[in-house]
Ligand binder design. Structure first.
Ligand code: UD1
Length: 339
């Protein structure tokens, strides 16, 4: 049972890439997903890439009875909890929806883990927990700032819930991975991000603009206090990010954790500006993008990037993919979706 992993939200963007890396690493994967922001086609993509179809249960993690049946029917020692809403703007408009879903689903999973004696939980956290940090790059010890959105608040609160649950339950081990900006797609172009409606995030907006679905990319602000005036972020390839989950699970399964609750930044450690990213996309894919400078977007921080020393030293993990290859994969995926 040590090599079986329950992946909630496993049909989604990061979940599907993680399922692939887990299967490639010899793990058996059980996916629970309510398909609220994902598509069954990602399961087919996982099968095509790995040759193995993961077990799939369509269920909502807030549905305690459905989840109880999953725990009753499947033996697994580890859970990766991706299932959550993630649109920052929507969370501001509909906070209750975000608090109820993101916290209830996590609490349900944690309570069932306790009841069924399942030991290892990996939580998808986010660099959003740092807010507008005073010092850069941020380490795991950089103080968290008050969240700027209900979405960000659910990430902070879920981290705290995990910390407290681990403290109170001897058998439980937890890891929170704080993702920086996940981008790109599997190099096979069989799985990738499937944003519904108008994308909020930069790279899907870029690829849809290149594909002619959007007319023009707006660059939100060129008057920030940065070298070229646009914001700085740490863009991490989704396959590199997925690999971090496999090593984090291994660490818990093999009893290598230093503390029963640990936090790791997962990024490249390299700040990249919006202009650099746009230029990088144009050069990597040999095309021209239609863009214009627009006013700043409310809630954006000027700069945030990771100090990844802890993940490098403790997990033995580091980002490997070149930004150029990531941006090629993002474009290849967009084109495959449009076919
Ligand atoms: C956002 C969320 C973060 C969440 C992440 C999910 C905030 C403050 N942060 O990160 O909590 O985990 O998405 O992926 O909301 N940009 C443009 N034009 C666009 C879109 C974005 O110029 O059309 C710029 C933004 O101003 C920003 C950068 O691109 O500087 C990255 O934006 P985005 O991809 O939305 O990610 P974050 O805002 O960093």
């Amino acid at each position: 049972m040590g090599n079986r992993v329950l992946v909630t939200g496993g049909a989604g963007y990061i979940g599907s890439h993680t399922a692939v890396e887990l299967i490639n690493g010899g793990y058996e994967v059980i996916i629970v997903d309510n398909l609220s922001n994902s598509d069954r086609s990602s399961l087919e993509g996982i099968r095509k890439i790995t040759g193995i179809e993961p077990t799939f249960i369509e269920a909502d993690c807030c549905d305690r009875e459905a989840m109880r049946r999953v725990f009753e029917n499947y033996e697994f020692d580890s859970v990766i909890h991706f299932a959550a809403y993630k649109a920052v703007g929507e969370s501001v408009a509909e906070p209750a929806k975000y608090y109820r879903n993101n916290l209830d689903s996590f609490l349900t999973v944690l309570e069932l883990m306790k009841e069924f004696g399942r030991n290892n939980i990996l939580f998808s956290s986010s660099a959003t927990v740092y807010g507008d940090a005073d010092t850069l790059p941020v380490t795991e010890l950089t103080p968290r700032k008050p969240a700027t959105s209900p979405y960000g608040n659910t990430k902070q609160m879920a981290e705290d819930i995990l910390r407290d649950m681990v403290a109170a339950n001897e058998g439980l081990k937890g890891i929170a991975l704080r993702y920086f900006n996940p981008i790109g797609a599997h190099p096979s172009a069989l799985i990738g991000e499937l944003p519904r409606g108008v994308p909020n995030n930069l790279v899907p907006y870029i690829t849809q603009t290149a594909a002619g679905v959007r007319e023009c990319l707006s660059i939100f602000g060129d008057d920030y206090d940065t070298p070229d005036g646009s914001c700085l972020r740490d863009y991490i390839d989704v396959v590199d990010l997925a690999r971090a989950h496999v090593v984090a699970i291994e660490r818990m399964v093999e009893g290598k954790s230093r503390e029963r609750y640990e936090i790791f930044n997962i990024g490249t450690g390299r700040p990249v500006s919006v202009f650099e990213l746009v230029r990088g996309f144009e050069e990597a894919n040999n095309l021209k993008l239609n863009y214009r400078v627009a006013p700043r977007r409310a809630g954006d921080v000027t700069a945030v990037w990771a100090d990844t020393t802890l993940a490098n030293d403790e997990l033995g993990w580091r980002a490997e993919r070149e930004l150029r290859d990531t941006l090629r994969a993002a474009w290849a995926w967009e084109q495959s979706v449009r076919q």
